[in-house]
Write a protein that binds this ligand. Structure first.
Ligand SMILES: Cc1cc2nc3c(=O)[nH]c(=O)nc-3n(C[C@H](O)[C@H](O)[C@H](O)COP(=O)(O)OP(=O)(O)OC[C@H]3O[C@@H](n4cnc5c(N)ncnc54)[C@H](O)[C@@H]3O)c2cc1C
Length: 428
């Protein structure tokens, strides 16, 4: 057993939007933070093979539910934000307020600190534009979506957003980790935290594994930010057994149709869309890299469509699902897609078909179900108090697992706000 004891003020476990924000904010308040990250820290190149390693290994970064919905999470510095589409939906401020969590100020701070704007017209690809026009012709209130993007660095006609932007255009959590390290924090990669060390109901450190050896690290505050699946498992192994139940995973499908007058397939995904709040789903354009498109087509046996990537318009339907299921001790995900949630997706499918047909698309088909953004596994108001503290003194959680209700929209903006609020609380 090796001991890491460099007199840290806090240990942050995981470096996605939740953890990276807490680390960066604490480091700006002169706190020395130890960041323990399970994944690697290689330079993001936006290539197929890097994505396969960081987000495609079954049981690690590619999880499959008992209902055969696949769920991808990024296991590397920056977490899933390396692969996300940078869509910055306004946080559910009122919903969180009803749990005693007011992030109004933090939301304003983020708007001043990060770029939160729709893409310029020249950065929106021809496929997204065609879909938006078609939806508007049919009377939908379909608009550009706000993005965390440094637009001066973004390149039109680029396909790499999904696989990690190598140009630094997409804001991601790794940028905050780098700031924390510049400010004196320490990042240890390939460090998988197993449990929290608790003495007399007080967290005093964590135990982690690196290259097969076990280490312990100590600090007066411990913040778990291992994501919606990782954090509840660490909590259970640390004696908080109620974590990991009744969660959400935002199920989605893609609806695809081929047109003959566009040769594209390389554009920023989720540039435009519409939130059908009452019906409980979100519809957006979605262009994915060719390899991913081929996987979507093959999964539903559309082998004759495998080579139509550059001519295929795609609409994503993502539903707000009902809470349910459980996470297992081995980070397995058990949850069935409720009939009501399947119906929401089918309603969206009918609307998407109509929009695609109106855009001139033929041969319309839908992908198999996918799950995105798992969360709600360590809910505020249940396992956490309104300061994100657990029943143990000095042990906090800050990531997608803390969101108390299914909300159905991409959560990164909210997680950055929660991270800022928690850092203020911890810094006293
Ligand atoms: C393809 C895709 C597109 C998306 N698009 C959007 C979008 O447009 N907008 C949006 O807001 N959201 C989007 N998301 C979702 C968003 O990326 C996640 O919700 C967000 O990253 C979750 O942040 P987090 O801090 O909860 O956890 P994560 O980002 O999952 O980070 C958790 C970190 O903890 C590490 N970790 C896990 N277990 C351990 C352990 N035991 N020990 C040490 N470290 C550990 C992981 O390696 C990871 O780095 C998308 C996600 C995907 C996959």
């Amino acid at each position: 057993m090796n001991i890491q004891n460099n007199k840290f003020d806090a240990i942050v476990v995981g470096s996605g939007p939740g953890g990276a924000t807490v680390a960066k904010e604490l480091s700006e308040k002169n706190k020395k933070v130890l960041i323990l990250e399970w994944g690697d820290n290689w330079r993001v190149r936006g290539t197929n093979w890097q994505t396969a390693i960081a987000a495609g290994i079954p049981g690690r970064s590619l999880l499959v539910t008992n209902g055969m919905l696949s769920m991808v999470r990024g296991i590397l510095t920056g977490g899933s934000s390396i692969f996300y589409y940078a869509t910055a939906f306004d946080p559910p401020v009122e919903m969180l307020k009803s749990y005693g969590l007011d992030i109004t100020k933090e939301v304003e701070e983020i708007k001043a600190e990060l770029p939160v704007e729709p893409l310029r017209d020249d950065l929106i690809g021809p496929m997204a534009k065609r879909i938006m026009q078609s939806a508007r012709d049919l009377g939908y209130d379909w608009n550009k979506l706000p993005k965390f993007v440094y637009q001066d660095k973004c390149k039109a006609g680029c396909w790499r957003c999904d696989y990690g932007c190598p140009y630094g255009a997409k804001w991601n959590a790794r940028m905050y980790v780098e700031k924390a390290v510049e400010n004196g924090s320490k990042l240890i990669n390939r460090a998988k935290v197993n449990k929290v060390i608790v003495e007399n109901k007080k967290a005093v450190g964590v135990e982690y594994k690196k290259w097969g050896s076990t280490y312990q690290a100590f600090a007066p505050k411990v913040i778990l930010s291992a994501g919606g699946i990782g954090s509840p498992v660490i909590l259970r192994k640390s004696g908080i057994y109620g974590a990991g139940y009744d969660y959400f995973y935002d199920p989605l499908i893609s609806v695809m149709g081929t047109v003959n007058d566009i040769k594209g397939g390389k554009e920023f995904p989720m540039a435009t869309g519409m939130h059908m709040e009452e019906e409980g789903y979100l519809m957006t354009d979605m262009t994915v890299p060719r390899s991913l498109y081929m996987l979507f087509a093959a999964e539903v046996f559309r082998f004759h469509k495998l080579f139509s990537h550059g001519r295929t318009l795609q609409i994503m339907i993502k539903a707000k699902d009902s809470l349910g299921g459980r996470v297992t001790y081995k980070e397995g995900v058990r949850k069935s897609l409720a009939e009501n949630d399947r119906k929401k997706l089918m309603k969206g499918y009918e609307r998407a078909k109509q929009i695609l047909k109106n855009a001139g698309a033929k041969d319309i088909f839908k992908s198999w179900y996918v799950a995105a953004h798992p969360g709600g596994t360590v809910k505020v108001g249940d396992i956490l108090d309104s300061d994100l503290k657990t029943e143990y003194e000095n042990l906090y959680v800050c990531d997608c697992s803390v969101i108390p209700e299914a909300w159905g929209l991409p959560p990164s903006f909210t997680l950055v706000a929660l991270g800022k609020r928690l850092a203020k609380h911890l810094a006293g």
